[in-house]
Design a protein. Structure first.
Length: 58
């Protein structure tokens, strides 16, 4: 049969809690005008050419 660790569900829950707690200290911001210059790639779906994001840990 299928065997798994007895504490696997608890370990997954703890990982989710740790990730949620870490994300409270992360700030996302605009990458600036140079990076986000605009324009679109024309393919089957229109999508922005470049998107810049700054990530900061407080």
């Amino acid at each position: 049969g299928h065997r798994q660790c007895m504490g696997q569900d608890l370990a997954r829950l703890e990982l989710k809690l740790i990730c949620a707690r870490l994300m409270q200290f992360v700030s996302f911001g605009d990458g600036g005008n140079e990076v986000n210059s605009g324009g679109y790639d024309v393919t089957n779906v229109n999508k922005p050419k470049k998107i810049g994001v700054t990530v900061r840990f407080d």
